[in-house]
Design a protein around this ligand. Structure first.
Ligand SMILES: O=P(O)(O)O[C@H]1O[C@H](CO)[C@@H](O)[C@H]1O
Ligand SMILES: O=c1cc[nH]c(=O)[nH]1
Length: 288
């Protein structure tokens, strides 16, 4: 039995932050960061079963191409991903009446449709990137027993290459879902490692008025190569999504619309159009 302070349910029986009951979510789930991106996805649905919002977590469950899909906004950052993934997993894998794990577990299919900055000159603004691996600078996964899912050799090669500051959380790398990679890849999507930072400015090497500790970190990220595998982009959720999904037994993949190119210092002049294109691409591929 999981105690009331650990598995927190609202008076109507819904899960604490997401405000959702088990039957209100589909098993194919799209994550977006921005709550205003939820209707950009749900406008493609033929029918809508359910909608709600609490804080930054806006949810809509409906139908596309004959398949039930939920879209949910996660807000910004790995700390929010910890909430969203734990609560979605509880919705499918914990019996709220007995407050215990179900014997038969459900594996969700999760696709993030995000925005991101490319660190490679050759990955231009308005292109799409699929993260084959998530590289986490955020430290979230170190709160869990997770050593067995980390890509140890790849991580060690990265730490050595960058001479990574030991005062920061140790980077961790976990894999995206092969099943969803196959489903969602195409010649118009770049593939490689997606790096997840625990901030938008200093942690991604942006300097407005404050100096960062390692000015060449982004260059070192861009230079890193491991058996042909390169780091493509920086954003703020993928490593946490991959890490927690691997631990919980869910399939997860992260697709990002590139709106900034950090190598050549450009920013898209049509970010909304690019994200709308990625939404349609994802819905079509996910439901084939
Ligand atoms: O557009 P979303 O999905 O929020 O993704 C990116 O945008 C936010 C920062 O502006 C971070 O959440 C980052 O990961
Ligand atoms: O550079 C960028 C652009 C979008 N989101 C990020 O986290 N970084």
């Amino acid at each position: 039995m999981i105690e009331p302070s650990e598995l927190i349910l609202n008076p109507d029986g819904s899960i604490y932050h997401l405000n959702l009951l088990p039957h209100q979510i589909a098993h194919k789930i799209i994550f977006v960061g921005d709550q205003d991106r939820v209707p950009l996805v749900s406008k493609h649905f033929s029918d809508i079963d359910f909608e709600t919002q609490k804080r930054e977590f806006r949810t809509c469950t409906g139908w596309f191409n004959g398949e039930r899909i939920t879209v949910i906004s996660t807000g910004i950052g790995p700390d929010n991903i910890d909430i969203v993934l734990n609560e979605l997993d509880a919705l499918v894998n914990i019996d709220f009446k007995s407050r215990s794990s179900k014997k038969e577990l459900t594996s969700l299919q999760i696709v993030r449709i995000g925005t991101s900055g490319s660190i490679q000159e050759k990955i231009p603004v308005d292109s799409f990137v699929m993260g084959t691996f998530g590289l986490g600078f955020d430290g979230l996964l170190h709160a869990y027993k997770a050593e067995h899912i980390f890509q140890k050799e790849l991580t060690q090669a990265f730490i050595k290459h960058t001479n990574y500051d030991q005062k920061k959380a140790e980077p961790y790398i976990t894999a995206g879902s092969k099943l969803l990679m196959t489903k969602l890849s195409s010649e118009i999507v770049f593939q490689g490692i997606t790096a997840t930072a625990n901030g938008f400015y200093g942690p991604q090497g942006r300097m407005l008025r404050l100096a960062t500790k390692d000015k060449s970190l982004n260059d070192k990220l861009a230079d890193f190569s491991y058996h042909g595998l390169k780091i493509c982009n920086l954003e703020m959720e993928t490593s946490a999504i991959y890490g927690l999904s691997n631990l919980m037994g869910h399939e997860a993949i992260s697709l990002n619309a590139i709106i900034a190119n950090r190598a050549n210092k450009t920013f898209s002049d049509q970010p909304r159009k690019t994200i709308e294109k990625l939404i349609k691409y994802t819905l079509d591929k996910l439901t084939i």
